[in-house]
Design a protein around this ligand. Sequence first.
Ligand SMILES: C[S@@+](CC[C@H](N)C(=O)[O-])C[C@H]1O[C@@H](n2cnc3c(N)ncnc32)[C@H](O)[C@@H]1O
Ligand code: SF4
Ligand code: SF4
Length: 331
Amino acid sequence: MTPKMLARAAIARVGQRPAPLSLSYEITWLCNLSCEYCDRHTPLPRELTREEIFRALEEFRILGMLHTHLDGGDPLTHRDVDEIVGWLRQQGITVSMNSNGILVPRKLPTIRKLSLLKISLDGPRDSHDAMRGSGSYDRAVAGAVAARDAGVKVEFTCTVGRHNVGAIDALIDIATALDIPVVFQPALNSLFSGTDRDGSSWQLDVQSIRATFARIEEIKRRSRAVGNGWSSLRHFRRFPEDTRPPCAAGWVLAMMDPEGVLFPCGQLNRSDRSNSVRTLGAARAFANLSRAGCQQCWCARLVEGNYSWGMRVHRMLPPLARSPRPLGGAR
Ligand SMILES: C[S@@+](CC[C@H](N)C(=O)[O-])C[C@H]1O[C@@H](n2cnc3c(N)ncnc32)[C@H](O)[C@@H]1O
Ligand code: SF4
Ligand code: SF4
């Protein structure tokens, strides 16, 4: 968060005045990969048109949007992504992006406009390609290097599951050599809560995931290659128990899907599709959002943003070294 965003977020919180300062926008579910754990790689039937996109973004700008995070699918596959990023920057809105990295070398003029590019990297070649498809590791690394060399801030996102649990140290070595930090987060059954998808083939059992995150904590004590803040690592100590962090969703955050349906954040159940920016406009759709939070917050940067928003400074400090906790253990 920029100082301006922090100040505005504090005003929203203290004055109980919600405003969509940061919009996460899944611009399309089109993707050039079909990773096994992912449920967002087929375009939705009625994704917003170019005109609807710009109308919605302009409405969010008027409501106070300072930052847009583009997500997907893969945002770089969207036909209008260059124009969208260019327009947002012209309005003084900062833009970050999640990507698999594949199209980055071809899209450098747009990539240069980003404040942060997050590229998924699940491990060394074998582990990454096992989940994301043959050749995807080389293309992710090539994308990351191209963006880094263009002067863009880059970080890797590593989704931790069965496919890469034995490869954390090897990934840290790669990240160290590239001078690009990795942010780790647990693989979930689905990116949405409340689904009954069977994620057993990629999810780790609780003890293994806790042991892995304990290892990541150890590495962070001596290496800058772990990009997680302490607040997300402390939080992941309890995965997957119900754990309620402070929650900025609906207060200063919102998430819009490719059809213009607005949610407090992307991790919640999406079965109710009535809160549409396309039909209600951004102001009404934002006003309708729940601000109740939830107990299953496992996306690293969301968790960290939430503890900052909640001003839980003590959660951001390194904890005492420890061994993995049993289920139900104290924080
Ligand atoms: C849905 S992707 C979209 C952006 C881009 N295509 C990419 O792969 O980075 C965003 C992030 O969600 C993660 N992801 C996908 N399926 C997941 C799951 N079941 N649990 C946790 N994270 C998941 C991906 O690894 C990626 O880092
Ligand atoms: S994780 Fe990203 S790259 Fe993989 S299928 Fe999903 S959207 Fe595409
Ligand atoms: S606590 Fe729940 S609603 Fe709030 S940001 Fe986290 S996942 Fe989203």
